[in-house]
Design a protein around this ligand. Sequence first.
Ligand code: DC
Length: 219
Amino acid sequence: MNIAIDGPAGAGKSTIAKKLAEKLGYIYVDTGAMYRAMALYFLEQGILPSDEAAVSKAAEEVDISIAYEDGQQQVFLNKANVNGKIRREEVGNMASSVSVYPSVRRKLVALQQKLAETSDVIMDGRDIGTCVLPNAEIKIYLTASPFTRAKRRFDELKEKGQDCDLFAIQKDIEERDYRDMNRDESPLRQAEDAVLVDSSELGINEVVQAILKIWQERN
Ligand code: DC
């Protein structure tokens, strides 16, 4: 059984998916981390996101893989663990910019589909229900208002002691939404058979319980 969770940046997909994976004994696959690892490579190589030819050539050459340590996904870029380097905003924005290219998506989608062939997975991203796992038994489209998502990110950064501006974060989120939803190649959208969950007014446990209920109904 596979569970697909799609939705915009900051909707809480990874937090929810991790908790569900733990409860159900599934493997959690964070596909955004793969796009981020590839983006990190382009940043390190000084490749501009607008240079499709250079991006495509580098995407073919680069080796991205994942492994699990104590149940936690680790992503490797040319065999080096880059988990600690891919969470920066700069890397997320680069990932969003280069994920428009078919050459980038083709490679990572193949890797994602291979992972789902061998285990029960709960996979999150933007195109899981629509492209990567169109036959997933459960599809969730998890969203929240741009303000709610920006506020969550703002609180997270504040807690880490980082100085940040709520409105700048919201603007960044809206720009990322626009790019992810309006690209030609596998844009972010709710699959026809996905259940819409709006987490704006819900806590983490309420969302987890709502999805567990759907899982129980289908088992
Ligand atoms: O989920 P995230 O913020 O880690 O993802 C970073 C970017 O990667 C996101 O803005 C768009 C791209 N992405 C994608 O195009 N398809 C996916 N399945 C996952 C991420």
